[in-house]
Design a protein around this ligand. Structure first.
Ligand code: WQD
Length: 344
């Protein structure tokens, strides 16, 4: 039987690994490309336990066009390539300020290399992992896809904007290229089995991994970055989306792309609801019946006050919307943290 393959760069990462699961559930054959620069090979063990088989993996750097070409040739011997989902990228805002050249080279270089290899082999469906960070602090919230890009606050944010531009230009030039630019809000949680989840290497920068590690006693109490913002309780507002819902959006986007003839669409992927930091802490405590050690601290430079998605376009165009609640995401996040504690 010919395989209906999907190349998934960064497939061993947080969102990538959850997407591998959903692709297999939907009948696709994921082919992971990952160089483990910000992930761990043991993610493959978790995937194997969930799926009862080990997904295919090529340990390749996505900036290496010759190696990427080899992966495509190998896949084409086994079946067709239904599309490419491009997750692989560096994503730490602070680090990008210290190492801008690495961010530009890796994030933009890999996207250009992938598009070139896709074009060479006539592969037309491309799902790109973008971010709500492209909007900065939007003038209106909820923010929809028409909101303008604001000057990026960090080299990381700029690479997402630049990649969207690069992909749109490639779309104009290459008639076979169909694209979705998926702008994620704040992905949280883990697979309900607790077998895959977020594996932040070193000090976590994002709220939920820090919160779960602090609650597990592995870190100092969580610092709430500022309580003097013009919001309901003074803390920043974000749109937290369960990573399994986010993974399913990639399958919906890929399915939709199969029927398109020269489309390029940006889609917001969020719940449409904003929560403050203190509301998240409260919801975590209620969902898991545990106290979160925390204290109010100063603002974090670069934080926007409030952002959440208008996600109506994704529902209309690709038939996707979130199904899981904030509480479910926070339960799954805590379950994952506890399982990590058992194995480390
Ligand atoms: C969430 C909220 C913090 C840590 C994310 C990605 C970023 C980009 C945009 C991704 C904020 C507060 C956090 C802590 C806190 N795109 N916080 N104490 O800033 O929304 O950015 O989306 O592709 O890369 O990280 O997410 O999880 O860092 O912060 O109070 O220890 O939690 O101030 O309000 P953010 P985050």
């Amino acid at each position: 039987m010919k395989l209906n393959q999907v190349i998934i760069t960064g497939g061993a990462g947080y969102i990538g690994s959850h997407t591998v699961v959903e692709l297999i559930h939907a009948g696709y054959e994921p082919v992971i490309i990952d160089n483990f620069s910000n992930s761990h090979p043991r993610v493959l063990d978790g995937l194997e336990r969930i799926l009862n088989r080990r997904p295919q993996l090529f340990e390749v750097d996505c900036c290496d066009e010759t190696a990427l070409n080899g992966v495509f040739e190998s896949c084409l011997q086994q079946g067709n390539i239904a599309g490419v989902i491009h997750f692989a990228a560096f994503k730490a805002v602070g680090e990008s300020t210290a190492e801008p050249l690495q961010y530009f080279r890796n994030n933009i270089g890999s996207t250009a290399a992938l598009l070139a290899v896709m074009h060479r082999h006539g592969v037309g469906s491309f799902v790109f992992s973008s971010s709500c960070t492209v909007y900065g602090q939007p003038e209106q919230i909820p923010v929809d896809e028409h909101a303008p890009f604001l000057p990026a606050e960090s080299p990381y944010g700029y690479t997402k904007q630049a990649c969207e531009r690069l992909i749109s230009d490639a779309h104009f030039a290459h008639s076979e290229l169909n694209v979705t630019l998926l702008r994620y809000f704040n992905p949280i949680g883990a697979h309900p089995t607790g077998l895959i989840g977020e594996l932040p290497l070193g000090h976590p920068n994002n709220l939920i991994p820090f919160l779960t590690q602090a609650t597990a006693g592995l870190r100092d109490p969580l610092t709430v970055f500022g309580n003097d913002y013009p919001t309901a309780d003074g803390t920043c507002v974000r749109d937290y989306i369960h990573v399994v819902d986010l993974a399913k959006a990639h399958v919906a986007a890929l399915n939709w792309l199969q029927d398109q003839h020269h489309a390029c669409e940006a889609l917001n992927l969020g719940t449409g609801n904003g929560s403050t930091v203190l509301q998240v802490i409260q919801a975590f405590e209620t969902a898991n019946n545990i106290q979160v050690p925390h204290a109010i601290g100063p603002r974090r430079p670069g934080d926007v006050t409030a952002i959440y998605a208008d996600a109506k376009k994704a529902k209309k165009l690709i038939g996707w919307e979130c199904e899981l609640s904030l509480e479910e995401a926070l339960k799954d996040a805590w379950n994952w943290q506890k399982k990590l504690g058992e194995t480390s």
